[in-house]
Design a protein around this ligand. Structure first.
Ligand code: G3I
Length: 331
């Protein structure tokens, strides 16, 4: 098959898996190549920032949906499914000042979260098929809940019940996810998460899926075997799995041979995904090296983590993923 005939979207669909990418929705209208590449190669998308708390509710109980509504129109026109990201998260860059800068009681915080989830999930009802309800609720060392999340700090574990039940009532058909990083393999953090989920599911919290963010520098990228072994533990709880933010970072500057190693690391992620029947979607965090959070996050130490280069040309990783999709039997 000639390279120009290979299409990751068609291959993924033939295997019953969604292939997606995180985007900046404002670029869809600014950069034709950005929009064209997205719709040609992906059947799922998620806003990197514009569905986070402060973007949707910049002022208390005043919601701004226009940018995301336009993104959803684009996605629907191009038969793309939309993931919602994220209703409850600690990162202060996406919390509005009217929450960050005020001393709020647990009761006030609970009311704010319930209202936010009710209004947002209802607004996108029937258009967003999956929500990251709580993002990164476990602390970085993986041995407790994250106290820098204002709701977790004030309410504790009960915030899971509140957030997921509220989202489920607002859209009973939406698949509700817990999303986190460094939970892709068996380790302290994924062990902690597994026990937490067992408890929550036992008391009827409507958590339907787990999002493995899958952010790795190339040298730390896991094997498909390690990931699959861990995925099965969550599958055994009856949960759906999405790889939600896949990117494999290259230490800058790098020799071209690193692009092949990067391609192999992407292959491992897709081998795990395709071999786990509960893994229904794989999304990269961005899709072109032109726009990635990694150079800023790593202060330039790492870059070029994605499957299209800065000129929107497919990299070895793109073809490596197609190779895996081509050889693995349908679910
Ligand atoms: O929009 C403002 C701009 O007006 C201002 O001039 C500029 C000053 O720094 O900041 C801009 O906001 C930035 C925003 O991205 C939009 O570009 C924030 O500072 C910056 O912190 C924010 O970073 C985002 C980060 O989440 C924190 O929200 C990244 O783009 C986004 O890719 C990243 O995504 C997260 C997922 O939500 C959760 N998983 C990890 C992943 C990577 O951190």
């Amino acid at each position: 098959m000639k390279n120009e005939d290979i299409n990751i979207k068609k291959l993924a669909e033939s295997k019953g898996i969604l292939i997606g990418a995180e985007i900046d929705p404002t670029l869809l209208e600014k950069e034709e190549k950005y929009a064209d590449t997205l719709k040609q190669h992906f059947n799922c998308t998620v806003a990197g920032n514009h569905m986070k708390f402060k973007y949707l509710e910049p002022e208390k109980d005043k919601f701004t949906f226009d940018i995301v509504d336009r993104m959803i129109n684009f996605a629907q026109k191009n038969q793309m499914k939309i993931r919602g990201h994220t209703l409850c998260w600690h990162h202060e860059s996406q919390l509005p000042d009217w929450i960050l800068k005020k001393e709020l009681t647990a009761k006030e915080l609970e009311k704010i979260l319930v209202n936010h989830i009710q209004k947002v999930v209802s607004h996108f009802k029937g258009k967003v098929f999956a929500w990251d309800v709580i993002n990164e609720g476990i602390n970085h060392q993986g041995d407790g809940l994250r106290k820098s999340n204002p709701w977790i700090k004030a309410i504790g574990e009960e915030v899971f019940d509140i957030a997921f039940h509220t989202a489920h009532q607002a859209d009973p058909d939406c698949i509700l996810f817990y999303n986190d990083y460094e939970i892709e393999t068996i380790n302290q953090k994924s062990d902690f998460l597994l026990e937490l989920l067992r408890k929550l599911l036992k008391r009827g919290v409507p958590i339907h899926g787990i999002g493995f963010q899958y952010h790795y520098p190339l040298e730390k990228a896991p094997s498909s075997g390690e990931v699959l072994k861990n995925m099965k533990r969550f599958e055994d709880l009856g949960l759906q799995i999405h790889i939600t933010e896949l990117d494999i970072w290259l230490k800058m500057p790098y020799e071209n041979s690193k692009l092949i190693e990067q391609a192999n690391a992407y292959k491992e992620a897709f081998k795990a995904a395709i071999n786990c029947k509960s893994c229904k979607a794989v999304l990269t965090w961005g899709f072109t090296d032109k726009y990635s959070w990694i150079p800023h996050f790593t202060k330039g130490a790492y870059g070029d983590p994605l499957i299209f280069d800065k000129n929107y040309l497919p990299k070895p990783a793109y073809y490596a993923i197609c190779e895996v999709l081509n050889t693995i039997p349908k679910h």
